[in-house]
Design a protein around this ligand. Structure first.
Ligand SMILES: C[S@@+](CC[C@H](N)C(=O)[O-])C[C@H]1O[C@@H](n2cnc3c(N)ncnc32)[C@H](O)[C@@H]1O
Length: 227
């Protein structure tokens, strides 16, 4: 079925993502893209989570990282001094296995856990998490509005959604993400900022704002809160 919004064929895009990341899991952490895209995203996520934590000061809190890959963000959270429990969710079981193995080696399994699942149908009860994050994964989702509604559904009141993906709204971003990355990954869609804003606002998120970083591999963080 083709879904209005991304123009992607849902079954084909998901099968392609599954194939790509099952195959990539074992070597993902060695990718050169860590220098340009992935590590800067992790830093942005940690900064945004830190801002939320300092604002709210909960006695403890929980974070779900959707499309967690090899679980680096969950690992950073679990080794931080914050009173946090981190869960990573990924569509590719091989990514979850890598993530679990890394956390086990680092002795973090008491504060980091991982599960396989599809972002569009989260196997998680309503209002379960304080913060939901997602980095470099959203462009693989054929039904992006549905995913943002799911993210919103599992957030607690006062919670925050932080979504990071390639910024494709200038010439450099368009070339990097819409031309080069799309030619490599095929069935992907980097949504323009007004559309992401629309997804967030249709999901009843408030205080919607964005942050952009980096010139050559520009990243866009979109942040929204649950009232
Ligand atoms: C480029 S990796 C990003 C991993 C990590 N978030 C990072 O920033 O390094 C994209 C991840 O999204 C996952 N993914 C793709 N489609 C998904 C879906 N429908 N639901 C959950 N995860 C998905 C892939 O399996 C892959 O691990």
């Amino acid at each position: 079925m083709t879904q209005l919004g991304t123009g992607l064929d849902s079954a084909r895009a998901k099968a392609q993502a599954h194939r790509e990341f099952e195959a990539w899991a074992a070597t993902y952490d060695q990718s050169l893209l860590h220098h340009f895209l992935f590590t800067p995203s992790y830093m942005m996520l940690m900064e945004e989570i830190g801002d939320w934590y300092r604002l709210r000061r909960p006695a403890s809190f929980s974070v779900l990282d959707i499309g967690c890959g090899t679980g680096t963000v969950a690992g950073l959270l679990a080794s931080s001094s914050w009173p946090v429990k981190a869960t990573g969710l990924d569509f590719a079981p091989a990514m979850c296995a890598e993530a679990r193995q890394k956390a086990e080696k680092a002795g973090l399994l008491d504060r980091a856990s991982f599960l396989a699942g599809d972002s569009e149908h989260l196997p998680i009860a309503d209002a379960s998490f304080d913060v939901v994050t997602c980095s470099n994964s959203f462009h693989h989702y054929p039904n992006q509005q549905e995913v943002v509604l799911e993210m919103r559904r599992i957030l607690k009141p006062g919670g925050r959604l932080i979504l990071i993906d390639g910024f494709r709204d200038n010439v450099i971003g368009w070339f990097v993400f819409d031309v080069v990355i799309t030619a490599i990954e095929k069935d992907v869609h980097h949504a323009p900022w007004p559309r992401i804003h629309d997804y967030f606002s249709k999901a009843n998120l408030t205080n919607i704002h964005r942050k952009k970083t980096s010139l050559w591999f520009p990243l866009l963080a979109t942040i929204g809160d649950v009232a």
